[in-house]
Design a protein around this ligand. Structure first.
Ligand code: SF4
Ligand code: SF4
Length: 292
């Protein structure tokens, strides 16, 4: 790193303790920005990047937002967020024409680790999520390397749109990847996410073959997701890679709470449907199937 500037990540949030973002008690770093637009997204405010238009500033009841003229790197104006007075009320996100959040920070891996230092004895590791963390691969790589050296293994929670075979340092440094398979059929995937899934399928095989695929997740959303095709397709790829027995397949029941109502009007799956998918996955050779 001597003579080289540390990569900065655009961080939406750091959660200091989570029991649901990987095994054990983990810190979670959420990065801002995503290249998919999933109909069932539960964090749509982490998708778009703020362009500092200023429309949210007057909506803040706490005075936590202000405009700094010339505050950007190129002298452009910036909206500045004061974390210390923010009430986390969400009014800024509701006021934003892009549905974005002004509550982001540029941070290096060293700055993230400094924030976690005090809690380190209680943490099993760090999960990096989003938005889509793979879009900030240089920062993600720095964080995975630095965190591993600090004794905090990193799990990468990703939509799989980034070609991880081109990032061997990241793959080597990360403890593992938790990969979302949103849909198997290309047309179904495009309808759900407004993006294709070729890279997702390539990453599925690549990460499984590299022994770094910790978990594959399918959100079971009837009418939106071809869950049966997902299960069959994932199992085939993992069998070929010799990873079907050991990789966790998580079947996640879609829940409507928190989803943009204009995008999804359908109810979630019943227990029977989830059990039938789990049975299908086991019959296809998946050795570790979990229903959530
Ligand atoms: S969530 Fe947004 S609007 Fe609410 S206090 Fe914080 S910065 Fe202001
Ligand atoms: S969060 Fe939205 S409304 Fe606020 S400055 Fe950024 S783009 Fe404008």
């Amino acid at each position: 790193m001597i003579g080289q500037q540390a990569a900065e990540g655009l961080v939406a949030r750091v959660l200091y303790s989570s029991a649901v973002d990987g095994p054990g008690n983990r810190a979670v770093v959420f990065l801002q920005g995503c290249d998919f637009d999933c109909a069932y997204c539960h964090n749509p405010e982490t998708r778009n990047l703020c362009d500092h238009c200023g429309a949210c500033v007057g909506a803040c009841p706490a005075g936590a937002l202000s405009i700094a003229e010339g505050g950007g790197e190129g002298g452009e104006r910036r909206v500045v967020w004061d974390e210390t007075v923010c009430r986390d009320c969400g009014a800024c996100v509701r006021a934003c024409p892009k549905g974005s959040s002004p509550k982001t920070r540029r941070m290096t891996a060293a700055e993230i680790l400094a924030r976690l230092e005090r809690r380190k004895p209680f943490l099993s590791g760090i999960t990096v999520s989003g938005g889509e963390c793979g879009l900030q691969a240089a920062f993600l790589e720095d964080l995975a390397v630095a965190a591993r050296a600090a004794g905090l293994p990193v799990l990468v929670d990703t939509n799989g749109s980034t070609d991880y075979s081109a990032r061997p340092r990241l793959v080597e440094a990360a403890e593992g990847f938790m990969l979302d398979v949103k849909a198997w059929d290309q047309g179904v995937h495009r309808a759900l996410t407004l993006a294709g899934n070729d890279a997702v399928k390539r990453n599925l095989g690549y990460l499984a073959g590299a022994g770094k695929l910790a978990e594959v997740r399918v959100v079971v959303a009837p009418g939106l997701v071809d869950a049966e095709a997902c299960v069959r397709g994932i199992a085939e790829v993992l069998r070929t890679a010799g990873a079907a027995g050991r990789t966790v397949l998580k079947l996640i029941a879609f829940r409507r709470e928190g989803v943009r109502p204009a995008r999804v009007a359908l109810p979630g799956p019943g227990r029977e449907e989830l059990e039938a998918l789990a049975a299908l996955a086991r019959s296809e050779g998946m050795g570790n199937v979990v229903i959530v």
